[in-house]
Design a protein around this ligand. Structure first.
Ligand code: AHR
Length: 513
């Protein structure tokens, strides 16, 4: 009787049986949406494996067509993706990077050992000037990560002077001698990386003191002052955001945060990128959805000390991390990328949009050939991953204003002991004036219906793109680079509302008209 009564009541109100099974999506008028900073779609490019060398940088003498040493095919794909920001040079690499090694004639640059990533030779072919060539060609903002671990305040201050000084200081003149007259525009600058781990195994108290010490000496022209980023914690830990927001009152525009999604949650056996069981699908989704709670908890502690939300919370490393592909150098973190990764990306975008009031930047790890990459290369060959397609589908959300949604009647997707909401959704008013909707069905076995009623916004029709496939690990290979890609999608509204069928394991992004 308990079940039958609401059913009869609902049918009495004219709702069909299909509607009863459908996820109901409405605008949440109780809360105001924030602007979704375009840099939420930022990328991370570290000196790691084939992430930069071969992946994007081939050098001017390469047979692979390039501009200023950066390969044209990858550049074109990244431009098409409207990459808004690139973080460089690491990662763990940043805390062993000495910027003077990467300027001047290539042949004179020292060759170092990349101790973090595979112990390979790092010939410093990509340095400050090459990085800025890349971001300027992409039309992206530059996020430079400084070396706190093995550098000094003097070295860090001088790097900033080299990049930003306008006058005739010796460092500005050295930059000119190396081919760059105008200062480089540094949008973001971080003081160290993962100070709790590879960046120096520090306590938050020690790091906070060092942060204040170093930033005292970081000076730039007023028109070229980056946003200053303090390197924060990871996973469940909120203590760094708490302590730093309470104790650093100057020159800190954001604290950073890292979280990687491992199917097993174990670093020794993380899980395979392809040919995984369904139990790895649901555990991946379950673990990636934990991002929501991590951000919420960090916001709670930050709100205590910074209720006006002046300090941002930047997730400057996130994504899936699987066991390295067989035959690859384990230090190169090369992994294939499937429909599962695209769904992980979309779920995270929806979470970031929800927290856009604090989360003004995130960087997926990493852009090419490393971890959850947009692009994979094999010498002269290149392919776009499902994650690339998810990023591209969400481009209209860059700098759009979030329209908070209320979802009800969301079915669970369950397997074994795990259960997650099958449907996730986000909406925003984009810069082109149109409302965009993105919906994810994380259930790999069952299509779901979503009924959308955005009171005040009439839905006559929608059009956009759908990404789905038959297999959970559908992916692109160099032999079949277009095995999975988005397809055009359109649907008509009825009485200003919309009912959509979301195929199993799918992402749908549509413009409302
Ligand atoms: O993205 C790979 C590595 O993961 C980064 O260098 C480091 O910051 C993190 O531990």
């Amino acid at each position: 009787m308990r079940v039958i009564k609401p059913l009869l009541l609902a049918l009495g109100f004219g709702l069909s049986a299909t509607a009863l099974a459908a996820t109901q999506i409405q605008l949440d008028s109780s809360t105001q949406g924030a602007v979704i900073n375009k840099n939420i779609y930022g990328q991370f490019a570290e000196h790691l494996g084939r992430g930069i060398y071969e992946g994007i940088w081939v050098g001017q003498d390469s047979k692979i067509a390039n501009t200023k040493g950066w390969r044209n095919d990858v550049l074109a794909a990244l431009k098409d993706l409207q990459v808004p920001l690139v973080r460089w040079p690491g990662g763990c690499f940043a805390d062993e990077y000495h910027w003077r090694d990467g300027i001047g004639p290539h042949k004179q640059r020292p060759v170092k050992v990349n101790t973090n990533w595979g112990g390979v030779e790092e010939d410093n072919a990509v340095g400050t000037h090459e990085f800025f060539d890349l971001v300027e060609m992409l039309g992206a903002e530059a996020y430079v990560n400084g070396n706190l671990g093995t550098g000094t305040p003097q070295e860090m201050a001088e790097w900033l002077e080299y990049m930003t000084a306008e006058g005739k200081s010796t460092l500005a003149e050295l930059r000119r001698k190396n081919g760059r007259d105008k200062p480089f525009k540094v949008h973001y600058f971080a003081v160290g990386n993962e100070a709790w781990g590879c960046g120096g195994n520090m306590s938050v108290e020690y790091y906070t003191n060092l942060y204040k010490h170093y930033t005292t000496f970081l000076k730039t022209p007023a028109n070229n002052t980056p946003k200053w980023i303090a390197s924060g914690s990871h996973g469940e830990d909120t203590s760094w955001a708490d302590y730093m927001t309470a104790n650093i009152k100057q020159k800190m525009d954001a604290v950073s945060f890292h979280y990687y999604t491992l199917p097993t949650g174990q670093w020794d056996v993380k899980g395979a990128a392809l040919q995984f069981p369904e139990s790895d699908w649901i555990s991946t989704m379950h673990r990636t959805l934990a991002m929501d709670g991590f951000i919420t908890n960090n916001k709670v502690v930050m709100d205590k000390h910074d209720p006006e939300k002046k300090v941002g919370f930047y997730v400057d490393e996130w994504g899936t991390w699987y066991d390295v592909e067989k035959g690859e150098n384990p230090g190169f973190l090369y992994q294939q990328n499937s429909l599962r990764d695209a769904i992980v990306a979309a779920l995270n975008f929806n979470i970031f949009h929800k927290h856009a009031d604090r989360v003004h930047m995130t960087n997926i790890a990493q852009m090419v050939n490393v971890l959850q990459a947009m692009i994979l290369t094999d010498k002269e060959k290149m392919l776009l991953t499902p994650t690339y397609h998810a990023f591209k589908m969400y481009v209209p959300f860059q700098d759009a204003t979030a329209l908070p949604l209320k979802l009800s009647n969301v079915p669970d997707y369950k397997l074994g002991e795990l259960s997650i909401p099958a449907v996730s959704a986000t909406a925003a008013k984009a810069k082109d004036g149109h409302v965009y909707l993105a919906l994810v069905n994380a259930n790999p076995n069952k299509a779901e219906t979503a009924e959308i009623n955005l009171a005040g916004i009439t839905i006559n029709s929608v059009s956009g793109q759908l990404l789905t496939a038959d297999a959970m690990d559908a992916h692109n290979t160099f032999a079949k680079p277009e095995a999975i890609k988005p397809k055009a999608f359109s649907a008509k509204g009825k009485n200003g509302k919309l009912s959509l069928e979301l195929p199993a394991k799918s992402i749908l992004v549509v413009k409302v008209q």
